[in-house]
Write a protein that binds this ligand. Structure first.
Ligand code: DGP
Ligand code: NA
Ligand code: NA
Length: 209
């Protein structure tokens, strides 16, 4: 689509982090900011609990159903796959996406249960690669202090500690790490800079492959 910043592809920006790291509120602040600057942008999140697959995931997370660890892993992945073509279309039309959780959550959370990490990565192969991964870094203990663990299946300190180890393992030099234990406004300021930078450089160069 046409917009004031030209007919360029959008950026795929992923926010990752433990539960209660602040991804969700930061993601909506980011979208408001970018929208205000005139960039076409949407806020997405995984799991997307609205689809048929997403409803199964939601039921599992709220302990209303039980599923084998491998089965739920594949459902989370399927939930990303079912949005792939729409994601690609949005990016090609110039809309940037701020995505709250993606494949890294898939691998970190399932590996933290003891599933083989390579097995966990396999169904993610072929999903669109992010232009930027931002990790909201918070010690699991600090996240737990924030309260609001909603009683969902994974919201337990010991498990989150395990997840954070797997995130560390998955991260590479391309990830931007933001200290999420800072005041919300400071986190917001850093995120705005990092993300705007990515969107601008994304529009200068690359095309969706
Ligand atoms: P959220 O709606 O962002 O609070 O995510 C729900 C919970 O599910 C949260 O504890 C993180 C976890 N989660 C998100 N994506 C995946 C995934 O792909 N696989 C697994 N096993 N867990 C995930
Ligand atoms: Na959660
Ligand atoms: Na990675």
């Amino acid at each position: 689509g046409s917009n004031q910043h030209g007919d360029k592809r959008g950026a795929l920006i992923v926010l990752e982090g433990l539960d209660r790291s602040g991804k969700t509120s930061q993601s909506s602040r980011l979208v408001k900011y970018l929208d205000g600057l005139g960039y076409p942008v949407e806020s997405w999140r995984f799991p997307d609990r609205e689809t048929a697959v997403g409803k199964m995931i939601s039921s599992y997370l709220t302990n209303q159903s039980q599923l084998d660890d491998h089965t739920i892993h594949l459902l989370f992945s399927a939930n990303r796959w079912e949005k792939r073509s729409l994601m690609e279309a949005k990016l090609k039309s110039g809309t940037s996406l701020i995505v709250d959780r993606y494949s890294y959550s898939g691998v970190a959370f399932s590996s933290a249960k003891g599933l083989d990490i390579e097995w966990c990565k396999a169904p993610e192969v072929g999903l669109l690669a992010p232009d930027l991964v931002v990790y909201l870094d918070i010690p699991p203990e600090r996240a737990a202090e924030r309260g609001g663990y909603g009683g969902e299946r994974y919201e337990q300190l010991e498990f989150q500690k395990n997840v954070s180890q797997y995130y560390k393992m998955l991260s590479d030099a391309s990830w931007k790490i933001v200290d999420a234990s800072l005041p919300m406004e400071d986190v917001e300021k850093q995120l705005k800079e990092i993300v705007l930078d990515c969107i601008v450089s994304c529009q200068k160069g690359k095309s969706v492959s």
